[in-house]
Design a protein around this ligand. Structure first.
Ligand SMILES: Nc1ncnc2c1ncn2[C@@H]1O[C@H](COP(=O)(O)OP(=O)(O)OP(=O)(O)O)[C@@H](O)[C@H]1O
Length: 260
């Protein structure tokens, strides 16, 4: 199967700091690739380059065979690459359903204006977005909370809502930045299962996550960064036993998680 996302020799500097240097990897449909590494290793910077927030200093991002290096996030989203952020980007005082509907507005140019002026087709589009949003909420187990104000949801449910919104654009590639951060063990497992289900539907998933048990459980493939460099790559069992990875980052915790 061909790569959905290929990252080639990606690099960026901030002043004198080489935050990411010559990093490359690829992800196929249905794969979950996790990027791990100590604080400041360059994981979020790498995500920001792939998702069009930072223009890479060097290298290329290839999405479905097309060079999309430095393309704006909204255009990338239309081409099938969506992301979530480390910090929740939920509208706390809107309902869960309206938050999910907000995910659709990127795909329909001019739809907000059309809705305001009640242009022909607007009502049908609003109805379609509503139905789509309800289906998404069912997919992440939040359909019964559709009319609840988002601010009153548990943290784990907010994280799931954020993933639902990223799925509104029907992405081929989904970037998840710390989807389990701040979640308890039960919430983390729920998110785990959801991510695995999304991958099974053929989406290529790129994950940054500090929860090593989760990473070892769900990743098909792991890339390890340290000081902006890729120091290892492979399946969870291989990476967790790599001496360089253990001394840079993992200690014995990951090896134990991989054995569990
Ligand atoms: N906009 C920026 N300007 C200057 N330096 C930056 C910027 N963004 C990131 N950095 C620096 O680049 C390096 C990599 O940071 P990054 O946030 O990508 O690491 P990370 O692996 O995501 O860390 P964490 O696990 O703590 O989220 C750090 O030294 C950071 O201080």
């Amino acid at each position: 199967m061909s790569d959905l996302l290929r990252v080639e020799n990606l690099g960026i500097s901030f002043g004198g700091l080489r935050a990411v240097n010559q990093v490359g990897f690829s992800v196929k449909p249905g794969e979950i690739l996790s990027v791990i590494g100590p604080n400041g290793a360059g994981k979020t910077t790498l995500f920001n380059m792939i998702s069009g927030i930072y223009m890479p200093g060097d290298g290329r991002v290839v999405l479905n065979g097309d060079d999309v290096t430095g393309m704006r996030p909204d255009l990338l989203a239309r081409r099938g690459l969506s992301r979530t952020f480390q910090n929740l980007q939920i509208f706390q005082n809107m309902t869960v359903l309206d938050n999910a509907i907000a995910g659709y507005h990127l795909t329909e140019s001019g739809s907000l204006l059309a809705d305001l002026f009640r242009l022909p087709g607007a009502r049908a589009r609003v109805r379609a977005a509503r139905e789509g949003a309800m289906a998404l909420l069912a997919r992440v187990g939040l359909d019964r909370a559709a009319e609840t104000e988002a601010g009153s949801l548990s943290y784990g449910k907010l994280k799931r809502l954020e993933i639902a919104r990223a799925l509104a654009l029907d992405p081929k590639v989904l970037l998840l930045d710390e989807p389990a951060a701040g979640c308890n063990a039960v919430e983390t497992e729920e998110i785990d299962q959801m991510i695995a289900e999304v991958a099974r539907s053929g989406v290529a998933i790129l994950l940054v996550e500090h929860d090593m048990k989760m990473v070892m459980r769900i990743s098909s493939h792991i890339v390890v960064l340290d000081h902006g460099e890729k120091i290892a790559e492979g399946d969870p069992a291989t990476v967790s036993r790599d001496p360089q990875v253990i001394s840079a980052y993992l200690g014995t915790e990951a090896a134990e998680a991989a054995d569990a």
